[in-house]
Design a protein around this ligand. Structure first.
Ligand code: SAM
Length: 298
């Protein structure tokens, strides 16, 4: 399991944090209603409801204008403080999982000199135009290849094969870096996906992790009974349906560490993580994050 980073939020920060993620539910409901109206008017096919509503919600969430565009942007807070040092470590051939509309592109672009090629697996096709534009805007256009697939092994492997990436020594892994930033919460089968990603990583390759997880119940583990309760309340209120299949109660850190150990037992030459070093941040909140770099043994 991840090591808890000790933090003591102020009472106000903790209390407001219990309810602040409810605004995401409210805005997603708003976009679902908006798309439903367009379905009834015949402008959007019924089958596109969830993807259309999610892409509008995510675009709104990630591109809200700064309150005062003339003043410098406020310093990052919450999970935004974790991503920069992770993305800075991307190098070689990179798999960027679920990059959305490219909100993290400025961070990835900073590592551009060390990056050879990026393959971005984004199943929400409606976000692809924005994603490609962001890649061009930040000078990654030539290196940035968008794949319309999920992180699930059957979808990802088929698409990588079509791209011609699974030739030669592909069974030794093909990526030097895999980025998992706020995406493993949404994949349908976490264990299978992590197993697939582990195999796609080259020996010595890095898995960059920034993922929200379930809150520990107990204060002794840095968690909070009420924050965990609110995670259950949000799930009950339809969080998973409304926020693009996102689950709040996953133990992603545990799965990331356990799958590598299983692989270690099965394979003779490829073995576990060299540095199983994940940290749990904001354990007291309704959205605790594990972050860190897992390096595959070579
Ligand atoms: C919360 S957004 C995060 C976007 C981006 N990684 C970031 O941090 O700004 C989750 C993204 O994962 C994508 N996603 C959902 N299910 C996925 C899956 N099974 N495989 C790959 N990506 C997925 C969504 O379409 C969405 O773009």
């Amino acid at each position: 399991m991840a090591t808890v980073v000790p933090e003591t939020p102020s009472f106000g920060e903790w209390f407001l944090g219990l309810f602040s993620h409810g605004t995401l539910i409210v805005s997603s409901v708003y976009f679902h209603i908006q798309v439903w109206i367009e379905i009834l008017l015949g402008r959007v096919p019924r089958s596109d409801l969830r993807e259309e509503a999610f892409s509008r919600f995510w675009t709104f969430f990630t591109t809200r204008p700064a309150p005062d565009p003339t003043s410098p942007p406020p310093p990052p807070t919450g999970s935004a403080t974790l991503a920069p040092s992770l993305f800075a470590q991307a190098s070689g051939v990179v798999l960027d999982l679920g990059p959305g509309n490219g909100a993290q592109m400025p961070l990835l672009a900073k590592a551009a000199p060390a990056i050879r090629e990026v393959y971005a697996a984004e199943p929400c096709v409606r976000l692809h135009t924005q994603l490609a534009a962001k890649a061009r805007e930040h000078g990654l256009g030539e290196k940035y290849n968008i794949l319309p697939c999920s992180a699930s092994p059957e979808s990802l492997i088929q698409t990588l094969a079509k791209e011609g990436l699974l030739t030669g020594n592909a069974d030794q892994g093909i990526f030097d870096t895999i980025i998992c930033c706020r995406v493993l919460c949404s994949v349908p089968d976490l264990e299978e996906t992590v197993r697939g990603l582990y195999r796609l990583l080259r020996p010595g390759g890095k898995l960059l992790v920034c993922e929200h997880v379930q809150s520990p119940w107990s204060k002794a583990k840095g968690g909070s009974f009420l924050s965990r309760t609110m995670q259950h309340v949000y799930m009950f209120l339809g969080w998973k349906y409304l926020i693009g299949d996102c689950e709040l109660l996953r133990e992603t850190d545990k799965v990331l560490l356990e799958i590598a150990e299983e692989e270690e037992e099965e394979e003779e030459d490829v073995t576990g993580w060299k540095t199983p070093d994940l940290k749990l941040h904001f354990a007291w909140s309704t959205l605790p994050y594990v972050s860190g770099v897992l390096v595959k043994k070579d």
